[in-house]
Design a protein around this ligand. Structure first.
Ligand SMILES: Cc1cc2nc3c(=O)[nH]c(=O)nc-3n(C[C@H](O)[C@H](O)[C@H](O)COP(=O)(O)OP(=O)(O)OC[C@H]3O[C@@H](n4cnc5c(N)ncnc54)[C@H](O)[C@@H]3O)c2cc1C
Ligand code: SF4
Length: 327
C-alpha cells in the first residue's frame, strides 16, 4: 500500500546554473531526473522533500559526445540511450551490458545516468511501505533507532545496488559535479563511502553534470546475479576490465555492486600484472572478492550466497575476458 504524495513545489530550471541556484534557494530540495527511484521512495513515505528540482528540461545534461580525450556522457542521458549506443557497445562493453540489465524497458526509457549513480541504498527493512515500516518501529536509516540487520551496531548496512557504477569504475570514469561553489571533477570512486545511511560524498545541492571515459579503454564485461532475470536489482554485480600482454595479464580491474553500501574497485589486483591466468590466479581473485565484499542480511537471498556469487562472477568474467582478449 502506498501513501498519497505530500504537496511539494516543483522547480523546472533550463540550465545547470539555474538548477543549482534553485536548490541553494530552497534547502532540503531534491533533484529529480527520471524519478524511477525517488518517486517510489516518496510514495512510500521514506522522503518528502518540500521542493523537487526537475532536471529533465536541461539540454546540457543530455550530451553524449566523443573527442580525442574520450567520451562524455551527460548525467541526464537515459539508460535506454546508453544500452542502444553502438559505440558504447563496441568500446565500453561493460557499460552497455550494465545498462541493458537495469530494471525493465519502461524504466530504462525514463531512468538516467545521474539517477543511477545517486541511487539510494537498499534493504528489505527500508524499501517498504509506511505502514510496514511503522509497524516495525522504522530503522536506523529512516526515523528509527535500531538497525534490524545488525541490532548491536550503530551503522546502516543497506546495499548500493546500481548497475552502472562498477562498469564505470573499471573503465576509469571521472565525473563533473556542479554546486554553488562552482564545478569540480573527481574520479567516480570518490563519490562513494561505505555508509548505508549517507553513501554519497556530494554536498547539499551538488549536481552530477557528466561522466567522462578515457579514449582508449581496456576490454570490459559486466554481469549480475538477480532474483528475477527480467527485472531486478543485483544481489551481486561484477565488472571486469583487463589488458593482455603476451600470454599474461597486462592490467586487471574488478569492481563490485550489490554487496556493500558503496560500489568499489577491488584492492590487490595490481599484483596480477605480468602473471599467467591459471587456476591459482583465479583462486586468488576468489579470495580477494570474498574478503572485501560485506553482504549483510539486507536482501531475501542470504549474505553468504551473495558473497559466493560475487566471487564466482569475478572468476568467470576474468577467465572469459582473458580468453577473448588473447584470441
Ligand atoms: C522495479 C524497479 C527495478 C529496478 N531495477 C534496477 C536495476 O536492476 N538496476 C539499477 O541500477 N536500478 C534499478 N532500479 C532503480 C532505478 O530505476 C535506476 O537506478 C535509475 O537509473 C534511477 O535513475 P532516475 O533518473 O530515475 O533517478 P531518480 O529517481 O530521478 O533519482 C534518484 C536519486 O538520484 C538523485 N539524482 C538524480 N539525478 C542526479 C544528478 N544529476 N545529480 C545528483 N543527484 C541526482 C535524485 O535526487 C535521487 O536522490 C529499479 C527501479 C524499479 C522501480
Ligand atoms: S541495514 Fe539496518 S539501518 Fe540500514 S536500512 Fe537495513 S535495517 Fe535499516
Amino acid at each position: 500500500m502506498t501513501a498519497p504524495l505530500a504537496d511539494f513545489h516543483l522547480a523546472q530550471p533550463g540550465t545547470v546554473d539555474e538548477a543549482v541556484a534553485a536548490c541553494a534557494k530552497h534547502p532540503g530540495s531534491r533533484y529529480v531526473a527520471g524519478g524511477t527511484d525517488l518517486l517510489v521512495n516518496m510514495r512510500r513515505g521514506i522522503t518528502s522533500p518540500d521542493q523537487l528540482v526537475d532536471l529533465s528540461g536541461i539540454d546540457e545534461l543530455t550530451a553524449l559526445a566523443t573527442d580525442a580525450q574520450g567520451m562524455t556522457i551527460g548525467a541526464g542521458v537515459t539508460i535506454a540511450a546508453l544500452a542502444r549506443n553502438i559505440l558504447i557497445a563496441d568500446k565500453y562493453r561493460a557499460l552497455a551490458q550494465a545498462a541493458a540489465a537495469i530494471a525493465g524497458p519502461s524504466h530504462r526509457t525514463m531512468a538516467t545516468v545521474g539517477g543511477n549513480l545517486c541511487l539510494d541504498t537498499r534493504c528489505i527493512y527500508y524499501n517498504q511501505s509506511e505502514w510496514w515500516r511503522s509497524a516495525n518501529a522504522y530503522c536506523l536509516k529512516n526515523r528509527g533507532e535500531t538497525c534490524h540487520v545488525a541490532p548491536q551496531g550503530q551503522r546502516c548496512h543497506a546495499a548500493f545496488s546500481g548497475d552502472l557504477a562498477p562498469a564505470l569504475l573499471v573503465l576509469g570514469a571521472e565525473i563533473d559535479i556542479a554546486g554553488s561553489q562552482g564545478q569540480r571533477r573527481i574520479p567516480l570512486s570518490e563519490l562513494y563511502v561505505e555508509d548505508g545511511k549517507a553513501h554519497l560524498t556530494l554536498a547539499e545541492g551538488e549536481l552530477i553534470v557528466a561522466v567522462h571515459l578515457p579514449a582508449k579503454p581496456p576490454a570490459s564485461r559486466y554481469e549480475k546475479v538477480r532474483t528475477r532475470g527480467a527485472i531486478d536489482f543485483p544481489l551481486a554485480g561484477v565488472a571486469v576490465a583487463l589488458t593482455v600482454k603476451g600470454k599474461t595479464i597486462g592490467a586487471l580491474r574488478i569492481a563490485l555492486t550489490g554487496t556493500n553500501s558503496r560500489p568499489f574497485l577491488l584492492d590487490g589486483t595490481d599484483a596480477f600484472a605480468g602473471k599467467a591466468l591459471d587456476d591459482k590466479l583465479l583462486q586468488a581473485i576468489d579470495r580477494l572478492v570474498q574478503k572485501q565484499v560485506q553482504p549483510m542480511r539486507t536482501t531475501l537471498a542470504s549474505a553468504n550466497y551473495r558473497r559466493l556469487a560475487a566471487a564466482a562472477l569475478a572468476r568467470r568474467l576474468t577467465a572469459n575476458l582473458f580468453a577473448e582478449a588473447s584470441a
